[in-house]
Design a protein around this ligand. Structure first.
Ligand SMILES: Nc1ncnc2c1ncn2[C@@H]1O[C@H](COP(=O)(O)OP(=O)(O)OP(=O)(O)O)[C@@H](O)[C@H]1O
Length: 785
């Protein structure tokens, strides 16, 4: 059986028998005796014994063959063969009984004797081999040689010991797994990327030179990146894209002009107004901001701009949107008259304003409704109101549909309006509402061509939710994403994730202010406002450095475990306009958040704050976000009580405010009569406050998207800005993991830094804070002292 072991290393030669015989060394005996056949080959015809020289040659030949055939380790094998030779010389060969003449038959005993001797010889060989193996495989434990038995081969069949594999070349590194599949369609998975630093002169775009001049007088010297990317795709020209557009670009990057300008360019020069463009945005403030941009572009073009928001009565709005004319049409008049008679007989249940209008007309005439506006800017709710209840309001002629802040408007809470608008956009049109070419088709018996409506969908936090986007019935969509500079391999400025979908303005600096004791959060805010941000209001500029030094020496006091919050904990009446995505802000520990980021008061950071403030020609301005309308008012009272000097500089924006109040506050802010606004999330979308220096998240935002929109109220149009977020110990884990270090946000080389409020700044205000809380309680409960 030992032959089985060797046969692993010695390939059998064609025409020869395998087994122990294959390894037999040449015998020193000139007339060697024929060897005993291996037990399994006893029946094979015996060969004539070879002469010593022949055997020597044979062995050499085998050795040569083996050196060719052994793929594992030639040198080891050579050693093995030599070892066998040497050993065989020392080995006493078994004595055989000679008999003269012809072949002799062996008896059973002789066979047995020879087999035993053969086995012993092989055992010695094996031991020798094992010893030699010990040299080549020092790490393996060599077992003492075991007596060779019939069932031992199992052990011998193990992996050959001491046979080292030939050194192999380094395996080819596995190529990085790049899935060729995606659950997203390619237009969504692979957007057209445009660097946010791109600029293009307006004169290079195919727009009216008069408009270029007007933009320049407004300070718009060149097109921003999003405008440089989108305008050529929409304006007439060689790069025009025949299909819809989805645009993702940072807050304050100039998205509004990128769609308003081409709409106005395409609608100017038409003789009679008709509703050709509908722009849907989520809030009233945005409606009036977009109207300003529309009016800037439309001046002198004859294009009429209208708005639809809930701030005025529906009837007033209807009058502003629809003009009632009359046309002479006796046939139609007859039909209307019959209808009116029916209603008169049935009662007033089927009252129709159209019939009412008709009844007041001279005979033979019917009312005709004409849109007074070419572009309508509206909130979705009010648009639905007009579709459902304004006689003559129709989307038949609409060529453009823009949805700004699309991720918000496609949110679950806003869904229904999309169905209503789709039904209205694609409903069958009356013959006289069809374009001339379609009227011709109808006349020759063909259906009118499918209505082509250009759709532009935009947001700073653009959804890639296919299900939501599909409700918009987009045709040949293209996704344009404006973000940080991309390297050749798609990397963003050497850092960041190319898959990231949210971009912050590159001119924004972000800070976290750790709040050790949540019950003292208002003190942290006041210290931040008075000692840091608004310091320039009542202190000479040189104090800015002093205040930053104070931060360097910030307190290292251990944090409080309490997470009560005197002003922010009540979220029962959160602002319904705020982002619906909620976050669990108390789920993770922040143990490493406080230790890992140690670049707090870097020289560059201080310089940024200083530059931002000292570059102003006015005092610094601040927008503070809280989680609900109630908290807005409560915080205002608290600040005014603790720090009365601030009271006159602060205004509030809540959902309950009427539009007149809102306008008053925004006007006061723009004219710098107030420098601080406290607002709920309602103000986080789209609000374009001129030269806003700081955003403070007094209450942390509920989602990453909400954070992006809040802090995006500053650092707009390429200007600098600072965002500060007050974070308690229980909120820190969530905030650092999901916002400050989120891979979904492109920050390039930038990081969120930490700024601590000095303990002594808190200490000196504690007394007035306690008094303020007592006063507030008295005011709420109505109890006097
Ligand atoms: N080409 C330009 N040159 C100078 N200023 C510009 C230009 N385009 C837009 N702006 C200004 O940039 C500011 C931000 O523009 P806009 O409100 O359109 O940004 P946005 O991308 O819609 O922001 P958000 O996502 O927050 O709504 C506005 O004050 C606007 O007047």
């Amino acid at each position: 059986m030992a032959s089985a072991f060797y046969s692993r290393y010695i390939p059998p030669k064609k025409g020869t028998t395998t087994g122990a015989s294959g390894l037999t060394a040449p015998s020193p005996n000139p007339d060697p005796a024929p060897k005993a056949p291996p037990p399994d080959e006893g029946n094979k015809p015996k060969k004539k014994p070879k002469k010593a020289k022949e055997l020597e040659l044979d062995t050499k030949k085998k050795s040569k063959d083996l050196s060719h055939n052994d793929l594992e380790d030639n040198s080891v094998f050579q050693e093995k063969v030599q070892g066998v030779d040497v050993d065989s010389k020392k080995t006493e060969l078994p004595k055989v009984t000679k008999s003269k003449g012809s072949k002799r038959k062996r008896t059973e005993e002789e066979h047995e004797h020879e087999s035993t001797q053969e086995l012993q010889r092989h055992k010695r060989l094996l031991q020798k081999y094992q010893r030699s193996s010990a040299h080549t495989a020092p790490t393996e434990t060599i077992q003492p040689a075991q007596p060779v038995e019939e069932d031992v081969p199992l052990q011998l069949e193990r992996e050959p010991q001491g046979i080292q594999p030939l050194p192999q070349p380094e395996p080819e590194p596995e190529p990085k797994f790049n899935p060729t599949f995606s659950s997203l369609p390619s237009w969504l998975a692979k957007p057209v990327h445009v660097s946010s630093s791109t600029r293009l002169p307006f004169t290079d775009l195919n727009i009216d030179p008069k408009l270029t001049e007007r933009l320049e007088t407004k300070g718009f010297k060149h097109a921003f990146a999003v405008q440089a990317a989108v305008l050529p795709l929409i304006l007439p020209g060689p790069e025009r894209w025949i299909g819809d557009l989805c645009v993702s670009a940072a807050t304050g990057s100039g998205k509004t002009l990128s769609y308003v300008l081409p709409i106005v360019e395409s609608l100017k020069g038409r003789h009679a107004p008709s509703l050709r463009a509908v722009i849907v945005v989520p809030t009233r403030e945005l409606v009036s901001q977009v109207r300003e941009v529309c009016e800037l572009c439309a001046t002198g073009t004859g294009v009429q701009v209208g708005i639809a928001v809930g701030s005025q009565s529906l009837a007033t709005e209807q009058e502003s949107l629809i003009e009632i004319d009359r046309i002479f049409d006796p046939k139609a008049a007859e039909l209307l008259e019959a209808k009116a008679n029916k209603i008169y007989q049935k009662g007033l249940e089927d009252y129709s304003p159209e019939l009412e209008t008709f009844l007041g007309m001279i005979p033979g005439h019917v009312p005709s409704y004409v849109s007074k506006v070419d572009i309508l800017i509206c909130t979705p709710g009010r648009l639905v109101d007009h579709i459902k209840s304004t006689t003559g309001f129709s989307l038949d002629q609409v060529e453009w549909l823009v949805i700004d802040e699309a991720d918000r408007l496609l949110d679950d809470s806003f869904q229904e309006w999309v169905d209503t608008i789709n039904n209205s956009l694609y409903k069958e049109r009356a013959f006289d509402r069809l374009p001339l070419s379609d009227q011709m088709r109808v006349i020759i018996g063909e259906p009118p061509s499918q209505k082509a409506i250009r759709k532009v969908i935009l947001s700073a936090t653009m959804t890639r939710d296919l299900e939501k986007l599909s409700t918009l019935k987009l045709r040949r969509p293209k996704f344009v994403s404006v973000g940080l500079e991309q390297g050749q391999n798609g990397e963003i400025n050497g850092s960041g994730d190319p898959e990231a979908t949210l971009a912050l303005p590159s001119t924004l600096n972000e800070w976290v202010v750790p709040v050790e004791d949540p019950s003292e959060k208002p003190l942290y805010l006041i210290s931040l406002l008075k000692d840091r941000l608004l310091g320039a209001l009542d202190r000479p500029r040189v104090d800015l450095d002093a205040s930053n030094e104070a931060t360097d020496l910030s307190s290292d006091e251990s944090s409080s475990d309490s997470d009560s919050d005197s002003t922010s904990s009540d979220s029962s009446s959160s602002d319904s306009d705020s982002d619906s995505t909620s976050s669990d802000s108390s789920n993770s520990s922040d143990s490493d958040s406080y230790s890992s980021d140690s670049s707090d008061d870097s020289e560059a950071s201080r310089k940024n704050v200083k530059d931002a403030i000292s570059s102003r020609t006015h005092g610094p301005t601040v927008l503070i976000f809280v989680s609900s309308n109630e908290n807005t008012t409560r915080l205002f009272h608290l600040i005014s009580s603790i720090e009365p000097s601030l009271a006159s500089s602060i205004g509030t924006l809540t959902k309950q405010d009427g539009s007149a109040d809102r306008k008053r506050i925004l006007a006061a802010f723009k004219s710098k009569r107030i420098s601080v606004i406290i607002a709920s999330d309602r103000a986080s979308r789209g609000l374009d406050l001129l030269d806003l220096d700081h955003v403070i998240n007094y209450d942390i935002p509920r989602s990453l998207e909400s954070y992006v929109h809040r802090v995006g109220r500053t650092a707009r149009a390429g200007k600098g800005g600072q965002a500060w977020t007050l974070v308690t110990n229980t909120e820190a884990g969530w905030f650092w993991n999901n916002v400050a270090r989120s891979k979904d946000i492109l920050r390039g080389e930038k990081k969120v830094d930490r700024q601590r409020v000095k303990e002594e700044d808190l200490a000196r205000r504690r007394e007035s804070y306690a008094d303020a809380l007592v006063k507030l309680e008295e005011a709420v409960t109505g109890k006097g002292r």
